[in-house]
Ligand binder design. Sequence first.
Ligand code: ATP
Ligand code: MG
Length: 455
Amino acid sequence: MPKRLVEKLRSFIPGNGKKKARHYQRQEIPRDQHNISRSMISEAAKKVLHRLNKSGYEAYLVGGGVRDILLGGQPKDFDIATNATPEEVHDLFRNSRLIGRRFRIVHVVFGREIIEVTTFRGNARDTSDDLADDEHKTSEHGLLLRDNVYGNQEEDALRRDFTINALYYCIRDFSIIDFANGVQDLNTRQIRLIGDPDTRYREDPVRMLRAIRFAAKLDFEIEPETEAPIRELAPLLTHIPPARLFDEVLKLFSAGHGEATYHLLQQYNLLAPLFPETARALATGEPDTLILQALRNTDARIAQGKSVTPYFLFAAMLWPALQVEWRRRQDNGDPVQPALHGAIGKVIGRQIQATSIPKRFSGPMKEIWELQMRLPRRQGKRAFGTMAHPRFRAAYDFLLVREAAGELEPGLGQWWTSFQQADERKQEKMLSELGAAGPKKRRRKRKPVRKPEQS
Ligand code: ATP
Ligand code: MG
């Protein structure tokens, strides 16, 4: 349905397809020529739009909210653009808060739903105003440090990242306003930066990740000029604060297309700035089968409406790096356990220079890794102790992923599956059978072992 409708939309655009990029002209698409209806927009977003309009301001739905509905999908959230200043918006909504420094925006909070309201941004480069210069600062790398110059709707559109993200829906007359041929790119399924790609990536290197994310999520192509500078500019991401990159990594892998996203990241040299140690491990020949398997599982979980925990994701993404470091330490003569602890510390220490990992996630991530060594040791009371561990469930899931990835002989995962389902008597029996089979006694090995114990 969306394709046909967008096709229909396209036929209303004058000069469609013949215009060269960057010679944009405002297009207005009336209500009967697009498929956005009010029922697809959340009540909260409609409330904000109506109140802003009634108070005399312009206000439009913009970004993913318009894009995803036009494509026949369900928007993740609704963003609103207005000519009211952040303070004016804040004054209008008791349930709102002013946030951000780089971009000052207002969050209007309705229970669990947050409507993000941004004031139209202008282009400071067009003015010689000193204040504008200060409010629109760039670093030596061309990075936008602040971007709080306000402007009109058209300027706002052209400051946005991709053409498909610069479509505005007006709730007064139900029209769509397209400043950058976004409808055309929706129709031909193209991710296209507005303006000069090199400049736009230098202003904000995260746009490279956003290009990948939307390409994977929407199954769009990144158009050649938008694609061309990415590989070379990918290292600029190292200038982005680790906390912002952590958020971006979560967005990349929690949209349900993690596996496709991962392949694109690799293809565009974007894995290294996000996960430097992982990229290094893979370059030395360490396999990424566990990462792929974990992302496949994650995608399947999201498709079923289940959640994904950041610590599970990071435990998987850093696993190859951990293996390399763990092995290196054992090769240097460290016993298995201290080698693991040392490796965990080192891998996390390096990772948080690229993306932060909040403590509430790094703790459980370490536990998932440490439990991988405990899961094979089940004799006596150990199995019960392991099962009572707060991170048992995640560690068991991780074990299943390792088995599915072919990293371990299958068997242990099934054993734990049965053990969890068994009653007490059956559990005792399973444990005594383990004993009868004669589990290998742990011995202190003088010589370093290459692999952790696996049975
Ligand atoms: P989704 O919410 O589904 O991830 P989105 O397109 O709505 O996708 P948001 O991060 O919510 O993305 O941002 C809302 C809008 O703000 C975008 O559609 C885009 O127009 C603009 N935007 C966001 N980030 C940037 C950026 N780094 N540079 C320029 N414009 C941006
Ligand atoms: Mg959004």
